[in-house]
Design a protein around this ligand. Structure first.
Ligand code: BES
Ligand code: MN
Ligand code: ZN
Length: 496
């Protein structure tokens, strides 16, 4: 969907969108159109008993006196607590509504509107961003979409005289590109997106100035990555490790490292998952998808920070060559792992990806993202990503970035006792805990691959990578969760 900014007169065709606060001044367009239509807006409000509560619509179709297909009033609630995220939700709700119409263009008439917490430029930029986020579709595999089922809407214009509306939108457009990339990756079917094809998509990011390195199986063998390679050994598709470097900050400054779980399909391996719902496991690369999208966002807006994204890409399949429950593997760190369940594979991939990242880049801060456990869904459903860290200062920064970006996090426990639960009888550790606290024992496992003095957080995003239903700015499907969080975390803590 194309987004433009304009200060010219309102167009005479298409839909006109006018946000309305419960208090405060009405947008200029409201008065203008009301006059041109002989009071049609006032009359419609009265007749419908319309109250502009957040998200409430009132639609006046084809009013006499103007050529526009419809005028859409959208409630914005009270001015005092209207936030940037509320503006995004407003933009998104309007797009969802108009996609069900035959309107091709929509203009948001924002002149004269003001909220308390955000200025007019931010208001305009965030409405535009939310609208664009909701317009996302993944249609590449449909060959027979009925013309009438396809939304006609392909252009929105933001009418605002706010000086900085367009400039404020610019970074959001890049962040949006990153979110769309993640949604694309997460939505792709697993016969199309597997470790090598995923790595090839990462290589496209060189266009943004990112340096991309891809490690193949022989190189990983040489490095001793027995933990990651053990997961991929039952698949016909060879494993990959991809590193994406964006060095936009000071030369010589240690980068922030973002590390992602990229299991392009998780059957569970020999500890095979039950059939129903197994198709969901195509998005078991959601952590890697988020890291890739975040790198695109960060490089796209030319962030003044050094950031490296590393993703471990494997397919977890049952096969004659697959690893068995009972196997012992040796990780790159030298630590040995007894595999008691081949379905607890994400941590095995991350163990080597995390170790390699620290050896290669010497980062001071490492954040990993993974669709790691079903248990995190039991605790947090689809409301929050689960955050595990021993570093209180880092926890605070991430929570703050979550609130600002809308990708919310909730801190979960990670203690010595969780670490005790993964002691093995015959190796340095086992890859599953006992009963209970499954997300925390998984985090404790990862913690064994973090070096002293590295500030590290693990984000379990199993409940967040995929939306089961539409939300205002995210259509059902791949959510792109994590991109905005990581971008905001980098922006707030590592730039300038
Ligand atoms: N990829 C799954 C976790 C998952 C579950 C992600 C549901 C998204 C939705 C992970 O590899 C897994 O299978 N975890 C097991 C671990 C168990 C065997 C210790 C789980 O959560 O059941
Ligand atoms: Mn699994
Ligand atoms: Zn998995």
């Amino acid at each position: 969907m194309q987004v433009t900014f304009s200060t010219a007169a309102l167009p005479k065709t298409g839909a006109i969108i006018i946000p309305v606060f419960e208090d405060g001044k009405k947008a200029k367009a409201y008065q203008d159109i009301n006059a041109k239509t002989d009071g049609a807006l006032d009359r419609a409000i009265k007749a419908a008993g319309y109250k502009p509560k957040k998200g409430q619509f009132l639609e006046i179709v084809s009013p006499a006196g103007i050529g526009n297909g419809r005028v859409v009033l959208i409630g914005a609630g009270p001015t005092k607590d209207f936030s940037a995220l509320d503006a995004e939700a407003l933009g998104g709700r309007v797009i969802a509504r108009l996609q069900a119409s035959r309107e091709k263009t929509a203009v948001f008439a924002l002149d004269g509107l003001s909220a308390k917490k955000i200025d007019a430029g931010e208001l305009a930029a965030r409405i535009a961003h939310g609208a664009r986020m909701r317009s996302y579709r993944f249609d590449k595999y449909r060959t027979t979409v009925e013309k009438d089922d396809e939304p006609a809407l392909n252009k929105i214009a933001i009418h605002s005289s706010a000086a900085r509306a367009k400039a404020t939108f610019a970074p959001h457009e890049k962040i949006g590109d990153g979110v769309f990339l993640t949604r694309d990756l997460v939505s792709e079917p697993p016969n199309v997106l597997y470790p090598d094809s995923f790595a090839k998509r990462c290589q496209k990011l060189t266009e943004l100035g990112i340096k991309v390195k891809v490690l193949g199986v022989p190189e990983m063998k040489k490095l001793g990555m027995g933990s990651l390679l053990g997961v991929g050994q039952g698949s016909e598709k060879p494993s990959r490790l991809v590193a994406m470097e964006w060095m936009g900050g000071k030369k010589g400054d240690a980068p922030v490292a973002l590390v992602g779980k990229g299991v392009t399909f998780d059957t569970g391996g020999i500890s095979l998952k039950p059939g129903p719902g197994m198709g969901d496991m195509k998005w078991d690369m959601g952590g890697a998808g988020a890291v890739t999208g975040a790198m695109a966002a960060i490089a796209g807006r030319k962030a003044k920070a050094n950031v490296v994204g590393v993703i471990g890409l494997v397919e977890n399949m049952p096969d004659g060559k697959a690893q068995r429950p009972g196997d012992v593997v040796k990780s790159m760190s030298g630590q040995t792992i007894e595999i008691l369940n081949t379905d607890a594979e994400g941590r095995l991939v991350l163990a080597d990806a995390l170790w390699w990242t620290q050896e290669t880049y010497k980062p001071e801060t490492v954040i990993d993202l993974a669709t790691l456990t079903g248990a995190i869904l039991v605790a947090l459903a689809h409301e929050f990503g689960g955050m595990f860290t021993k570093d209180d200062a880092l926890a605070k920064k991430l929570i703050t970035a979550g609130e600002a970006s809308g990708d919310k996090l909730w801190r979960m426990p990670l203690t010595k006792n969780h670490d005790d639960m993964i002691k093995s009888d015959i190796a340095d550790m086992q890859n599953i805990g006992g009963k209970g606290a499954g997300s925390s024992t998984a985090a404790a496992f990862l913690g064994r691959f973090i070096k002293d003095n590295v500030s590290w957080a693990h984000l379990d995003i199993a409940g967040m990578a995929w939306n089961e239903k539409d939300t205002p700015t995210i259509p059902k499907g791949g959510s792109g969760y994590g991109v905005r969080l990581l971008d905001e975390f980098v922006k707030a803590n590592f730039e300038g």
